[in-house]
Design a protein around this ligand. Sequence first.
Ligand code: GLN
Length: 479
Amino acid sequence: MELCDKSALELSRLLRKGEITSRDITESVFQRIHEKESSINAFITTTPDLAFQQADKADRRLRKEKNRSPLMGIPIAIKDILCTKGIRTTCGSKMLGNFFPAYHATVVDRILDQGAVLIGKTNMDEFGMGSSTENSIIGPTHNPLHPDYVSGGSSGGSAAAVAAGETILAIGTDTGGSIRLPSAFCGIVGMKPTYGRVSRYGLIAYASSLDQVGAMGRSVQDCALLLDEMTGHDPLDSTSADMAGSNFLDSITHDIKGIKIGIPKEYFIQGLDPRIQDHIMEAVSLLKANGATIREISLPHTQYAVSAYYLIATAEACSNLARYDGVRYGFRATDDIEDTITMYEATRSLGFGREVKRRIMLGTYVLSAGYYDAYYLKAQKVRTLIREDFIKAFENVDCIIAPVSPCLPFKLGEKMDDPLQMYLVDIYTVSLNLSGLPGMSIPCGSADGLPIGMQIIGRPFDEQMVFNVGYAYEELSGD
Ligand code: GLN
């Protein structure tokens, strides 16, 4: 096995014992990028020079420092939606095609302080808007397991890079499923923490009340290892929870005896691919056979989740994206500014892609006078009902198991002309963002060689439960 295919946890042990160096791992990762990147397209930017400098620095620190982070010397890729000082940050958009931030996002600062090695910035749907990583200025990211299929989105570059061994770990963001869906489609583990658990400072905003940064890796423990380095209060983000950093990795246990798992009856209905249903039910039986109690639960407002999400997300997006007007930074269509309105129009028409423009128009419509109450306000009320469904369910269960996606990975281009079909892929993921809950996607078998993801949902700030159940399943299934 090549170093780039090993888990972060194992690499960290080998580094500690002095059997390998961070430079060895970094070389292995860039060798894999060299072999595979032309067929996957997971990266918008790679940063080899910086990576080798950081690897050498990590090797020096590994020799000197006693209490070091398990992340030290481990290669990591970052979604191109997080600001990296002096490193181009495009958000998958022509609008930011030449944007070099003046500061690091807090999560980037934190992991680099711990000695992680930055491999590059990963491909994504423009501004996070999409479920397939097909809406990007550099073109789609291909599924590493099947090049004709999508990688899922919007953090498809991060998921594909992890799956292909082009990085060991990756950071993604999740507004309506963008960590969990590509993790499911590429057969890796992806964790969206509770809203407020991880700082959003330096994250380019899509829909601020839904956006959350999270961890992606090839095992549950690897995700816990990474997330532990990202959590903790940040005074620079007013929505960051006032709590200490986490210790998920050290607290992880596979003992699930007596844990009560809820199965939402509204989730396993027509429209869910029966192969996905079968695999998840098999997983549930396995957990039951090992001591978990299974209970049917009801989340009665599930059917309204996609509509509520696409009203709230587009409303927030149209407001957040108003800043891209060609005046202060980013793309400007013309310098011939006789007329400011013409400059705005040309800049926004040429700088944004089709899907982003569709979202801005939808969002503007639902916020406009006369429609605000009928759409936006109503969606906010539905959001409360969806959250209350979960709070009620969690009175009787410790976690919830669900599909991540109603369908298997689909072919590139298959849903591009039908936005509604694309939006429906998010049916099982958006409720968590509307409710702020933590959720993980974990590999759960495959059908026709295409991976299936199982979703584990926890109470607010109970990521530990999600990690434990995920870890137990990983051990039991041998996946
Ligand atoms: N697919 C969803 C959307 O397009 C979610 C994207 C995300 O989580 N960033 O809005």
